[in-house]
Design a binder for this molecule. Structure first.
Ligand SMILES: NC(=O)c1ccc[n+]([C@@H]2O[C@H](COP(=O)([O-])OP(=O)(O)OC[C@H]3O[C@@H](n4cnc5c(N)ncnc54)[C@H](OP(=O)(O)O)[C@@H]3O)[C@@H](O)[C@H]2O)c1
Length: 335
């Protein structure tokens, strides 16, 4: 009897925790589909801050995902389809989120967490969209009820998520104030529709936000840095203002004024995408397809790409992001 050989693929593997050089290209077993799943031949993926943290050993992958292959999003071609995976056809151009494993030739995901790539986008552009636009839209709109007329503060506005958020705020008719430690990123963010920018030094910005809002404060904060920024966020929120903590690059502890939280009746929330159960991932994909993709088709939203690297140069791409050089996304392409 013939024994079926295990199919192999190329992947970038975290060989041990540490600096970007620990990322090694290796030959590993290719994932196979089970009921409800689709296998995608990856053409492009992106680097996210979470990949950097995972590589450093600070952010383990969920237990049902590849443990040592980073990569939270992908764009590619449908390559295999199991029963119950939906109406996909071999060769369809698709993109979406995964819990890990996208720095590889193939990823397997549930068919209902895939979206069709708009015709006008290359794979490299599509790969720069899911993680940051879904995170920003889910936090701002689905969870914190952003409406036109709101004033929104976005920290690290030049980050991947920040550059998505500023476009969403603009497209929905709200006003944005962005912070960055890098002046040039604020200039670039204004080209995406940022209304006001603040160069942050020593994590201080509340006073300037209060001045920019004529003493009123902001309605909503998208907090992408965490740490000492949170105390400043609370100081510059308007009565009944909303704060959502999305990222912690500046630290996971904050010393905050709870008196202001009470007296101004503030709403504070945290969020994460990666660890959500499958049903919730399907739900955010449906929202992405119905509510966000039309904005891309109308040209009101666009992927912002700082730099593109080949998959085998993933270490260089990580150095680039770790040094905070990117305005927008860092893309990895596969051939
Ligand atoms: N909760 C979720 O589901 C979720 C999903 C996606 C991303 N995130 C989080 O959202 C944030 C943005 O992610 P991303 O992938 O878009 O990041 P990114 O492109 O790497 O951008 C991060 C930016 O944050 C700023 N920064 C870095 N260290 C800082 C510090 N110590 N203090 C202040 N600012 C600092 C830098 O910009 P400057 O030049 O302006 O300093 C840096 O370029 C990250 O914290 C990430 O973990 C969370």
């Amino acid at each position: 009897m013939a024994v079926k050989t295990q199919e192999k693929m190329r992947a970038v593997v975290i060989s041990k925790f540490g600096e970007p050089e620990v990322l090694k290209i290796e030959e590993v077993d290719a994932p196979q589909v089970e009921r409800g799943e689709v296998r995608v031949r990856v053409k492009a993926t992106s680097v996210n801050r979470a990949d950097v943290m995972q590589r450093l050993g600070h952010y383990p992958a969920p237990s049902d995902c590849p443990q040592h292959i980073p990569g939270l999003e992908f764009a590619g071609i449908v390559d295999d389809i199991a029963d119950g995976a939906g109406d996909w056809k071999l060769g369809d151009r698709v993109f979406g989120l995964c819990g890990g494993g996208a720095y590889a030739d193939y990823v397997v995901v549930h068919g209902r967490t895939l979206a069709p790539i708009p015709e006008s986008f290359y794979f490299s552009q599509a790969a720069a969209i899911p993680e940051v636009f879904i995170t920003a839209y889910d936090a701002l709109v689905s969870q914190m009820r952003l409406v036109s007329g709101d004033t929104v503060l976005i920290s690290a506005v030049g980050s991947g998520v920040g550059t998505a958020a500023v476009q969403i705020v603009k497209a929905l008719g709200a006003r944005s104030i962005g912070t960055s430690r890098t002046k040039e990123k604020l200039v670039q963010a204004k080209e995406l529709g940022l209304d006001d920018g603040i160069v942050v030094k020593d994590a201080k910005f509340a006073e300037e936000v209060i001045n920019l809002t004529f003493g009123k404060g902001v309605d909503l904060v998208l907090e992408l840095t965490g740490g000492p920024y949170v105390a400043e966020d609370i100081a510059c929120l308007a009565p009944k203002g909303r704060l959502i903590v999305v990222g912690l690059v500046a630290g996971s502890k904050a010393n905050v004024n709870l008196g202001k939280v009470l007296s101004s009746r503030l709403e504070i929330k945290g969020t994460t995408l990666r660890r959500r159960p499958l049903e919730e991932k399907i739900e955010v994909t449906n929202v992405f397809v119905k509510q966000l993709l039309p904005f891309f088709n109308k040209g009101l939203l666009k992927p912002v790409i700082a730099e593109t690297f080949k998959l085998e140069n993933a270490a260089e791409a990580h150095h680039f992001m770790q040094a905070d050089k990117n305005f927008g996304k860092v893309v990895l392409t596969l051939e």
